[in-house]
Write a protein that binds this ligand. Structure first.
Ligand SMILES: [Zn+2]
Length: 415
């Protein structure tokens, strides 16, 4: 009996050792494609990305014959990054925008649905500015089972009514303790209310100054010239929207190294297409929609100017709200179409540049050895035809494949 018991223990120990061993030496996943766009501006042809565990181990020439995934004529590129997506916003059971009143279970499931369609659209990281339920969604996805992008969140947001400068500094420190990844600030009114500066310069200085002291990043909603200028001068890191700004304000951002996140391809188009689902709720009234109609032309002029501004750090954000999740890649298409941005520059913006803005540029946004294996394959050559980024046939995040469909099924998607 004793001998048998010892043997059983020995066998168990050996079995455990084998599990450990196989985890370490699991065969790499080899992904071959005719074309690889690395996210920094380089293009490789006929190459194989070798993935070990969650990371890229190497990128080798050739290798089609021994590939785990031979992606044929598809183009492989880094998983895209959306630095401004409201991942929790949804239409309710009646089909209308539901800003409040859903049960916690409903909120969780709508968030999971949004996360799923966002990942399937080729976005492997998003930043949400932000709601408390983002934290649970972020952690659930990070556990590695629920399909969704990596999530960074501000948890809450700051407006002119959030307190005195001293109170704001305290709240920044509290948010850091709660696990916020970024501080989100409203420095101006919504475009539906004209976009004027609402927060005082002293409030902006308190928020962006304290965030900097705590090693945290700031993103500031600002539409008007004054509100953007005040935010830049307060030392804030990134400006959202900027619908009403001009060439000197764009140059100011470039000179100060502030990231700019214009949203010209998804958010207003989505509001106008889904007008009936928003109308009558809060400032979603006829006047607000009239401002948004005008915003389309203002955005088109602004993005042309932004693309022409030397050294301006343009990141990729959609401001995706209810109805827009999964359509995030239209932002790149409209950058090129309306803003005359070069397709390669739009891709760099959505990958390595956005990773820099998140301070994750040593981890994601580039295809190179040592980076997380966040990569997608699109049907076509996005450096020649940017609409290819809306035809996502393959998605890997952290070394795990979440999507692999024949390229033919990516055509005619409802973008
Ligand atoms: Zn927003």
């Amino acid at each position: 009996m004793r001998g048998m018991k010892m043997n059983a223990i020995a066998a168990a120990v050996i079995a455990l050792a084998c599990v450990g061993l196989s985890a370490q030496t699991a065969p790499p996943i080899r992904i071959h494609a005719a074309r690889i766009v690395d996210g920094t501006g380089k293009v490789l042809t006929d190459s194989t990305i070798v993935v070990q565990g969650s990371k890229i181990a190497s990128i080798e020439r050739g290798g089609a014959a021994t590939a785990t995934y031979n992606l044929g004529a598809l183009t492989v590129m880094p998983g895209m990054i959306d630095v401004h997506a409201h991942i929790g916003w949804h239409f309710g059971p009646d089909g209308r925008y539901q800003p409040r009143g859903a049960s916690p279970a409903q909120e969780a499931l709508y968030g999971a649905e949004n996360a799923y369609v966002t990942l399937m659209a080729g976005f492997t990281t998003i930043q949400s500015p932000g709601q408390p339920s983002d934290v649970d969604l972020r952690e659930a996805i990070a556990r590695g089972v629920l399909p969704g992008p990596r999530i960074l969140t501000s948890i809450r947001t700051f407006s002119e009514n959030s307190g005195t400068p001293d109170q704001l500094r305290d709240k920044v420190r509290e948010l850091k303790k709660e696990g916020a990844d970024v501080i989100k600030i409203f420095a101006s009114a919504s475009i539906r209310d004209g976009g004027k500066q609402t927060m005082s310069d002293a409030q902006l200085q308190a928020l962006c100054g304290e965030a900097k002291a705590q090693g945290m990043r700031t993103m500031v909603h600002a539409h008007s010239i004054e509100s953007v200028t005040a935010s830049v001068n307060a030392g804030c890191d990134q400006i959202e929207h900027g619908v009403l700004i001009d060439a000197p304000t764009l140059k100011l951002m470039a000179d100060k190294g502030v990231y700019f996140d214009p949203n010209v391809g998804v958010v207003l188009q989505n509001y106008l297409a889904n007008k009936a689902k928003f109308l009558g709720i809060g400032n979603y009234n006829e006047e607000g929609f009239a401002y948004m109609e005008k915003g389309l032309a203002l955005n088109a002029a602004m993005i042309k100017q932004a693309v022409k501004t030397p050294n301006l750090k343009l990141v990729l954000g959609t401001d995706a709200v209810a109805g827009a999740h999964g359509h995030n890649a239209n932002e790149l298409v409209e950058r090129v179409r309306q803003g005359n941005q070069k397709p390669m520059d739009a891709i760099i913006s959505a990958t390595s540049m956005s990773a820099r803005s998140l301070r994750l540029d040593k981890t994601i946004g580039t295809l190179a050895p040592g980076y997380e294996a966040d990569l997608i394959a699109v049907d076509g050559d996005p450096t020649a035809d940017i609409t290819a980024v809306t035809r996502v046939a393959f998605v890997m995040k952290g070394g795990k494949v979440f999507k692999h469909v024949p390229a033919s099924t990516t055509r005619g998607a409802s973008h």
